[in-house]
Write a protein that binds this ligand. Structure first.
Ligand code: PGA
Length: 255
């Protein structure tokens, strides 16, 4: 079974538009052959959860403390109490625009797992690293995995609680980059991530999703690969018709 996660990022602009998108997407019944999770901006979570029996609700970020004087932050406990199931941690846009460090990512992973929520840990190399070649890209991703998952008791991490999203930064939010439509790089790195996690960190092979300009036209190229367990979809998840097509492709290829 494939997993499709929508990352709405800081979209749509108003609650009214978010509800419209929700209604469009929730016309289809819940499917047991694909797991669909939608990660809206925090202020829309309650409205989305209440209206959305066909999909699970996720969050785009989290803080590492349970409660306290941390202006503007949202705790894993709060998210759990609102019906959130999965939490994106370490997205490259947060690392890039908000100064999120490996240490912060590690704290967020630990706090999220402690609360019983499922982590979707985002990793991926920037363009200048990929230009140096596959070995440099691998070293970069391996270091991200090790620092995000360090000091976690192996027993507290299971295949169910930890998903990795491989999102090469050079492939995000673009339809221009021709490499995006060739899934070889993605499949190759995802295989490597599975190897690192199962051989050096834990005793299970994690679910690994691909993210980076996935849309209705290229989704099959990624999802037909057995090593790719699903997709983290940004821009295309904001168009109900297109997102539904990606879900249909995942159903077809996930059997
Ligand atoms: P994109 O975003 O599909 O718009 O490239 C994916 C992501 O950033 O999670």
């Amino acid at each position: 079974m494939k997993t499709i996660i929508a990352n709405w990022k800081m979209n749509p602009a108003t609650l009214k538009e978010a509800l419209k998108l929700t209604h469009e997407l929730s016309r289809k019944p819940r499917l047991s052959t694909v797991e669909v999770v939608v990660c809206p901006p925090f202020p829309y979570i309650e409205a989305i959860s209440g209206h959305w029996p066909s999909f699970k609700t996720g969050a785009q970020d989290v803080f590492w403390e349970t409660e306290g004087a941390y202006t503007g932050e949202v705790s894993p406990t709060m998210l759990k109490s609102m019906g959130v199931r999965r939490v994106l941690v370490g997205h490259s846009e947060r690392r890039m625009f908000l100064g999120e460090t490996d240490e912060m990512v590690n704290k967020k992973v630990r706090a999220t797992l402690r609360t019983g929520l499922r982590v979707v840990l985002c990793v991926g190399e920037p363009k200048h690293v990929r230009r140096e070649g596959i070995e440099a890209a691998r070293a970069y991703v391996r270091a991200q995995l090790h620092s995000a998952l360090k000091t976690l008791f192996p027993r507290s991490v299971t295949r169910r609680s930890l998903t990795i999203a491989y999102e090469p930064i050079w492939a995000l939010s673009t339809s221009k980059n021709p490499r995006v439509d060739t899934p070889d790089d993605a499949a190759e790195m995802i295989q490597f991530i599975k190897h690192i996690v199962s051989k050096t960190l834990y005793k299970f092979t994690p679910e690994v999703l691909y993210g980076g300009s996935v849309n209705a036209s290229n989704a099959a190229n990624f999802l037909e690969r057995p090593e790719i367990d699903g997709a983290l979809v940004g821009g295309a998840s904001l168009r109900a018709g297109e997102f539904q097509k990606i879900i249909d492709i995942a159903v077809r290829l996930g059997k």
